[in-house]
Ligand binder design. Structure first.
Ligand SMILES: NC(=O)c1ccc[n+]([C@@H]2O[C@H](COP(=O)([O-])OP(=O)(O)OC[C@H]3O[C@@H](n4cnc5c(N)ncnc54)[C@H](O)[C@@H]3O)[C@@H](O)[C@H]2O)c1
Length: 294
């Protein structure tokens, strides 16, 4: 499979990272979003991230220029999709929006072009139901940040053709990733679902007063060989993002393992969103961060 040009829909956290990953692997990336300022912001963010690596001697200025020259941006999906061999959608996590985007993509993308979604927890079969050629729709879930994380979870919808699965797996390998292909579709795939339950449990243990935030994190680092403690990890992901994920899993699976602890709701209401807000389970205004009084 020879992929020369990839359309990335949505230039947010994931879309911009996926475009960088594609360009780093010598493939043209076209980023599409609703407004020029969002697209320019995405380009600046990608370039800034790589310049930091230049300062650390891990990349050259020339490599940065080379990669940036392979990323183009536009608000016009119609023009962008022409000549693309593969599409990765990374717009907001809203199934109706994704269905709308896929229905347009399906009408515009050439025959045989795979339409992949980076959704975390939307039903891929539901997204695929909005298009005329659902056999080319598939889940291709990158992890944040896409340039760093080795895993890509590939999740076929009920309608996905086996050939689409194999071509997507091959493409993930071209991008230097180690794909895991799920046997069938399940809400949030494997890693996100298991992680959500684990992180949730850590918040319950804190809420029940069994251990302090620091001790819960220390216990999981030292006893379960986790590189980061679960509460530190929620702060990194964003308390609001974690809460939204467990709420989705709880409502879709109806399983008590995902029932979000009230503490998470209080924290979001108070603006304790984690690192991005300077405060979550830990207060980042101090170095090293200290546990927040919750
Ligand atoms: N953030 C993560 O850690 C993460 C990890 C894996 C998967 N995901 C999934 O990736 C997807 C994107 O998440 P994100 O964190 O990058 O979101 P984000 O909010 O950072 O970016 C979404 C972008 O989509 C754009 N957009 C909205 N409607 C559009 C349209 N019709 N056409 C083009 N662009 C449109 C928005 O303007 C925004 O820039 C979601 O489905 C999310 O669940 C996120």
């Amino acid at each position: 499979m020879d992929i020369k040009k990839v359309l990335v829909m949505g230039a947010g956290t994931m879309g911009s990272g996926i475009a960088q990953l594609v360009a780093q692997n010598g493939i043209q990336a076209v980023l599409v979003d609703l407004r020029d300022d969002i697209l320019q912001g995405a380009l600046t963010k990608v370039e800034k991230g790589m310049k930091k690596r230049v300062e650390k001697g891990k990349m050259t200025e020339e490599q940065v220029r080379d990669i940036m020259s392979r990323i183009s941006v536009t608000t016009d999906m119609g023009t962008a999709v022409a000549g693309c061999d593969f599409v990765i959608e990374a717009v907001l996590e809203d199934v109706k929006l994704k269905q709308e985007v896929f229905s347009k993509l399906d009408a515009l993308a050439g025959e045989g072009v795979i339409l992949a979604t980076n959704t975390t927890a939307c039903s891929i079969s539901e997204i695929a139901s909005a298009v005329k050629n659902p056999e080319r729709v598939i889940g291709m879930h990158f992890f944040n940040p896409p340039v760093v994380m080795k895993l890509v979870e590939i999740m076929p919808a009920l309608q996905t053709a086996p050939e689409t699965v194999e071509r997507t797996r091959a493409f993930a390998e071209v991008l230097g990733k180690e794909p895991v292909v799920t046997v069938k579709e399940g809400i949030a795939g494997i890693a996100s679902r298991v992680l959500a339950a684990l992180l949730n449990e850590a918040v319950w243990v804190l809420e029940e007063g069994i251990g302090t935030a620091q001790d819960i994190d220390r216990a999981m680092k030292l006893g379960a060989n986790q590189p980061m403690g679960p509460l530190e990890l929620i702060d990194l992901i964003g308390v609001d993002i974690h809460l939204a994920k467990t709420e989705t899993l709880y409502s879709k699976l109806g399983d008590a393992r995902y029932r979000p602890c009230y503490l998470l709701k209080k924290m979001v209401a108070a603006g304790y969103l984690g690192r991005k807000a300077g405060k979550g389970f830990y207060d980042y205004s101090q170095d090293p961060p200290v546990p927040t009084r919750l």
